[in-house]
Design a binder for this molecule. Sequence first.
Ligand code: GAP
Length: 456
Amino acid sequence: MTEQTPTKVDMEKIVSLCQRRGFIFPSSEIYGGLSSCWDYGPLGVELKRNIKEAWWRAVVQERDDMIGLDASILMNPKVWEASGHVKGFSDPLVECKNCHLRWRVDELAGDDCPSCGGELTEPRLFNLMFKTFMGPIEDNASIVYLRPETAQGIFVNFQNVLNTTRKKLPFGIAQMGKAFRNEITTGNFIFRSREFEQMEIEYFVKPGSDKEWFDYWLEERFNWYTKLGIKKENLKLRPHTKEELAHYARECADIEYLFPMGWAELEGIANRTDFDLRQHANSSAKSLEYFDDETKEHFIPYVIEPSAGVDRSVLAFLCDAYDEEPDEEGIRVLLHLHPTLAPIKVAVLPLSRREKLVAAAKQIYADLRQCWMVQYDDAQSIGRRYRRQDEIGTPFCVTIDFQSLEDEQVTIRERDTMNQIRVPIKELKTTLAAKLSGEELFVLPPGGKIWKAERV
Ligand code: GAP
């Protein structure tokens, strides 16, 4: 993509753009919202879908060693006992004796309540799983949990997948879906919420080869973000210290992004050893062993888990793409989103609302939307319309003018460079397809900026 100088954007600008243009709204806003719950609007849902599709394509579709799964959110509660979540998935909490606000101990800077300065209680453990009841009776026997991670759905299906696909180690299972955590402190927009989506891989390997695969997935997942346009200098790997490691992990590292509030976790990669499969095998009394045809050995595989947040990815891609450029009208706000992620790929803009132009433009619009998400816009000046598309990250605008009626050609205008080329209408679809997939470059003036979408 175009060389951009790294911009450290304010969160308020991102939140404002998201609400103004229909990316993300507060949940149930007309009732005053619900703390840390968010709704994805018409553009947000496209961006999110594109991120998930790019992930699925990279980790399932284009690989021999991966398959997908979609487990249910509600699971037998024994799953969460075996996984350690009922006992151990908790944060130490203190409560202010004066204002009764609760705080996470690891996020406190001093000894007093950050809100009113009041005295704090001793820390108590607070379980982050949401509980509900299955069926009509609300007693202990009918308690079920909303899953706090998608991972366990994969572990409990390990044997089913193995039996039905006959995969050989190493292989992985990928799943994306909703997860719920009753987080004590939320905030920073969609960074930490109580309902969110994860994209998780459980990659099963032979014990002894786990370190090698851990390193492989660190690199693989880091590169996925940069290929989709995130600037390298805004990403870093942070290995966990021994004290930080989760109860199941032997080694863990976070891919961190430089969010507006500072460096924070975007994705975690963990070596979970055989902890989960062993726990489930013991609790269910079912064998979760793998039989190695070559060595004739039975063993429980080790697991490398790259676990990413969809909502944190949405936020990182938006922050990284946000840019402001001075222009004759003041400031051009634009999102340099990778074409693969852009919610709208092409905007069709007739120069005026004259009948003949509109008919030709509508024909092109109908044709292009067979392939991509396309917007039609004929309101206000062409300059305003270009700006509106820049602000939502649309890579290409197609303009139909009076000349088009004569020579059957239209103009393609590119978002980042604002370069324009003229192409025959009958070649429009193939030209756009090549540009959107990164196979074709614009012909640029000498010294012009190079724009190339890397194919992912
Ligand atoms: N299965 C491992 C696991 O769930 P995690 O580090 O707790 O590990 C993985 O979560 C990813 O899920 C995080 O890197 C983050 O992107 C996302 N995530 C976790 N809690 C979240 C929350 N409350 N809001 C939004 N995303 C969250």
